[in-house]
Each structure stands twice: as C-alpha cells, then as structure tokens.
Design a protein around this ligand. Structure first.
Ligand code: OKP
Ligand code: ZN
Length: 343
C-alpha cells in the first residue's frame, strides 16, 4: 500500500511536557515519524508520496472554525508577547467558570481551546499540523480512488483533538477529517476504529450525536488512565448517534489474548453498522515496552491486528496516532500494515 508522508512534520518539535510534576522531554517527537518511514522503506510496503495541499473546508465540518483560526495564529500571538519557549496553557474553564466568552489574549485563548497542557505550540506547529491533515486527506483520496488501503503517516497525531480543543499532543483530528471527507464523497456509513492505547476522546466527541460515523475505541480504562474524563463503557452515543459509539476500556497489563477479543467485538460492530469504509486510528502505544502506556502487546501481535482488520474486507485508511517506544515504533506500526496485506 502507499504511504503519504510529509517532511513538514519535523517543524513541530516541542521541547518539554509536564509529567509527574516535572518538565520532561516531549515523548511525541519528530524521530517517531522518521523511524516509521524508514521501516516502510525497509519492508518495501509501497510507494511513499507527498501530500497534496488541501483547503480547510472539510476540517471546518468537524472543528469549530474559530478554533482552527486560533491554531493558525497562536504562535504569532505568543511570540508577539516576547516568548521564545513553546506555548502551553495553564488555566481552563472548568465547572463553575464561564466558557462562553473567548478571552482576548493568548494566555487565555490557550486555555479556552485546550483540554490539557499536553499540546505545546511552537513556531512550526501550524505548518506540521496542516501537513499532517493533508497526509490524511491525500491517503483518503487514494483509498477513494480504488486502493484497498493507504497509510497516512500523520504527525502530530489527532485523536484527542475535539470540536474546539487541542490536547494530548493533538491539534487537528486527522482521522475525523478523513472520515468526514469520505462522507462528503458519498460513503453513506464510515467506521472509525481507534486502536491507540489512549481513548480517542476527540473523535468520540466529534461524532457522538451523529448516526453516519460509527466510532469504536479500545483503550486503557479512563478510571486509571489518560484522558480520564471520557472513554467509559456506558458511552454509547446520543440522539441520532445513539448506538453508534462503543468503548472497550481495558485494565493495565492487558495482553493480546484479551485485547484481541475487544478487537473482534469492535470489528463485528463496525460490520453490523454497515460501514463502507474503515478509518483506523493506528497508535502502537499498546506495545509492552511503551514508556507512557501499560498494555502488553508484543511485536508479533501487530501483524495479527492488521490481518483481523483486513478480514472486514472494506477499503481501509490507516491514520497514524501514538506510539512512543521509538526503537520498535516502525516494526510495530508497519507490522499492522503488512499483516493487513497478508504478508
Ligand atoms: C497521545 B496519543 C505523560 C502523561 C500522558 C498525554 C498522553 C497523550 C497520548 N506526561 N500525557 O493518544 O498517543
Ligand atoms: Zn496514545
């Protein structure tokens, strides 16, 4: 299958994130995408192509246009105040505070448009975020053009980003933009299968009241894992979306024997929904040696994951999300893709 990759991802390179009360080097770093790209070449997965440059039209259907405008100007506003380090929010409109009056300064706007301090904005962030979305849309177009599958090597990732907020290393929800684009191209029903270790709260949020896009998530139980405030099993969709969302929260230490049962169930649900296209939010932070995660999948499990998804027999778009064990990130991510191809 083809891979869509842009070197512009490297323009986004935050220095620090907060972990256990301390500033630590960002886990979400440029080398991640380079290692995956290298592995794509090493196994001869297929051609690597650059993304086309897309308009923001589709993104505006899943994100608040005011939020997208904020992303585009945040660094300039931050730099205009004399700042040189990455921009990070520190104050949020939680219960009891007003969230209906957007602040008029960058410090306030950063909190207004975020869920946490996990998405730092640097001088090159917008360029990388835009290129990441362009990778997803270009790969979607390859699938719509008749390919069995395509791989969008997106960086930064997207699944924590919701209708009007960034967070958890994510800015634009690449998988959601792609799913929306498939809908606009005439696919009546699209399923998003999120296999990243963390719950894709942004994706769930975006489609929660819609009956045209089914969202399934397999992830660390939010009772004890980030993002803590969404991803429970009783979240099944609302209104027109009732029954179109399913969560499989799993405990620390979950290995393939149990994890794969959730994947079987999620695939069955996507099939029953009548999905014409599958969008996979492909994170490989389920790996046993991931530095910020606690599942126990092994390298040999990733091809099995791909093979199970292939059994759905639907056109499939893989959108890269998380995975922080950089030494194995390429083997694991590309393992899913070769497993999908049955080799
Ligand atoms: C993004 B994706 C580490 C705590 C966790 C956020 C994790 C975001 C994961 N300082 N912080 O789902 O892989
Ligand atoms: Zn993750």
């Amino acid at each position: 299958m083809k891979t869509v990759y842009s070197p512009d991802h490297a323009a986004h390179a935050g220095h620090w994130e907060v972990a256990r009360g301390a500033m630590v080097p960002c886990f979400e770093k440029p080398i991640r995408a380079e290692y995956v790209r290298a592995r794509v070449e090493e196994v001869g997965l297929g051609e690597i192509v650059l993304p086309k440059v897309w308009s923001m039209e589709t993104a505006r259907k899943v994100h608040d246009p005011a939020y997208l405008a904020f992303l585009g100007k945040a660094w300039d506003m931050w730099a205009a105040e004399g700042n040189h380090t990455s921009a990070l929010p520190m104050t949020w409109p939680v219960r009891g505070l007003r969230n209906d009056v957007p602040p008029e300064c960058i410090e306030g706007l950063l909190g207004f448009y975020s869920m946490d301090a996990g998405a730092s904005i640097t001088a090159g962030t917008w360029k990388a975020v835009k290129a990441s979305m362009d990778c997803a849309l270009t790969a979607a177009e390859i699938v719509a053009g008749g390919a069995r599958a395509a791989f969008a090597l997106c960086r930064p990732p997207g699944h924590h980003s919701g209708p009007a907020f960034m967070g958890g290393y994510c800015f634009i929800n690449n998988a959601s933009v792609a799913a929306q684009w498939f809908r606009d191209q005439g696919a009546a029903r699209v399923a998003i299968l999120d296999v990243d270790y963390h719950h894709g709260n942004g994706t769930q949020d975006i489609f929660y009241e819609r009956g045209d896009v089914f969202v399934a998530n397999i992830h660390g139980d939010p009772k004890t894992e980030y993002p803590y405030f969404l991803g429970h099993a009783d979240e099944t969709g609302r209104g027109a979306g009732e029954g179109c969302n399913v969560n499989y929260p799993l405990p620390f230490g979950t290995a393939w024997d149990t994890w794969s049962l959730a994947l079987d169930a999620a695939c069955d649900r996507a099939e029953a929904f009548g999905a014409e296209v599958i969008v996979v939010s492909l994170g490989v932070d389920t790996f046993e040696r991931d530095p910020i995660s606690a599942f126990k999948l092994k390298t040999a499990d990733y091809p099995k994951m791909g093979a199970r998804i292939a059994k759905l027999g639907k056109p499939t778009l893989f959108v890269f999300e998380g995975g922080y064990a950089v030494d194995e990130i390429g083997v694991n991510a590309v393992g899913v893709l070769t497993g999908f191809e049955g080799r």
